[in-house]
Design a protein around this ligand. Structure first.
Ligand code: CP
Ligand code: NVA
Length: 305
């Protein structure tokens, strides 16, 4: 079994990982030898702090070991992706793939007989959202019926929130100046709309009314942030999205929890002071990446927690 997108997972699987992640947060020593002798490869085309650290440390805490592979230092770029994945299968028991293109994650999963986890591609970020669901559940005591407003650019994180919402009954409203850009999963949006669990609007204040959680992410995915070829598009987005920044004025008097998958771009999608706001559960999210990653590994290894 793989974790390419949460669309492929059942609600029961998602809820099991959420519960197991919380149990591991309370007792980090659980299952300390469960993955003894097993190896997790982290094959990354993009940079990372949380996904890499959570990956490496999670498998170590379960008794196994990690192998970090920067794509550029391997021969993956010279060869057929499926061939190289099959070779990697001879050495390792799990793979986290952080690839630029979703189709390549799919291709890797198709070729692999060991579980492949999508560590963030252009379309989805399922490992992040499993940790987020755990964080929301720990903060609010429920997932079903939670009203989450995602503010900013409809991207990989946003798609995965909608996919998760559809499975667990969480309502996702998207407040954005550009509803459903090419990065949006149009079929998923349609399914979410039909289920009454997804909507999009340009009206930020209306979208914040009555929400339990407000979530934002970068307006520009990491691989483009400092890319000179993207400079004009970056400038266009800054102008367009700045009114959608999460800041004290916008959130004044609102009873909600504040989330961001990080890294935060202070002064862009979020005013830096909001990270330390009493309503922020951003650091809990980051911490839960580790516990949730352990729960995902145990789930994929067939070890119930
Ligand atoms: N949230 C997240 O995936 O962070 P990294 O890009 O640092 O892994
Ligand atoms: N949308 C962001 C997520 C970072 C974890 C990106 O792809 O850069």
């Amino acid at each position: 079994m793989h974790l390419v997108t949460l669309k492929d997972w059942s609600a029961a699987q998602i809820l099991e990982v959420v519960a197991a992640g919380s149990a591991l947060r309370k007792n980090p020593g659980l299952h300390a030898r469960a993955l003894a002798g097993r190896t997790l490869a982290l094959l990354f085309q993009k940079t990372s702090t949380r996904t890499r650290c959570a990956g490496e440390i999670s498998v170590a805490q379960l008794g196994g070991r990690a192998l970090y592979l920067d794509w550029r230092s391997t021969n993956f770029g010279l060869a057929d992706l499926g061939d190289e994945i099959r070779v990697l299968n001879e050495y390792v028991d799990f793979i986290v793939a952080r690839f630029l293109k979703h189709d390549d994650v799919r291709c890797a999963a198709h070729a692999s007989r060991v579980p492949v986890m999508n560590g963030c591609c252009d379309r989805y970020h399922p490992l992040q959202i499993l940790a987020d669901l755990q964080t929301i559940h720990e903060a609010l005591g429920r997932l079903e019926g939670v009203r989450l407003t995602y503010v900013g650019a409809h991207n990989n994180v946003c798609n995965s929130l909608i996919a998760a919402g559809l499975k667990v009954g969480m309502q996702v409203r998207v407040a954005t100046p550009e509803p459903e850009p090419p990065a949006a999963d149009a079929e998923l949006c349609e399914a979410g709309r039909r289920a009454g669990l997804y909507s999009a609007t340009t009206d930020l204040r209306a979208a914040l009314e009555g929400c339990d959680v407000v979530y934002t992410d970068t307006w520009i995915d990491m691989e483009y942030f400092d890319d000179p070829a993207f400079a004009a598009e970056k400038e266009r987005r800054l102008q367009l999205y700045l009114p959608y920044q999460l800041n004290a004025r916008l959130l004044e008097g609102r009873d909600l929890r504040l989330m961001h998958c990080l890294p935060a771009h202070r002064g862009y999608e979020i005013d830096g002071e909001m990270l330390d706001d009493p309503r922020s559960i951003i650091m809990a999210q980051a911490q839960n990446r580790l516990h949730s990653q352990k729960a995902v590994l145990l789930h994929l290894a067939g070890t119930r927690s």
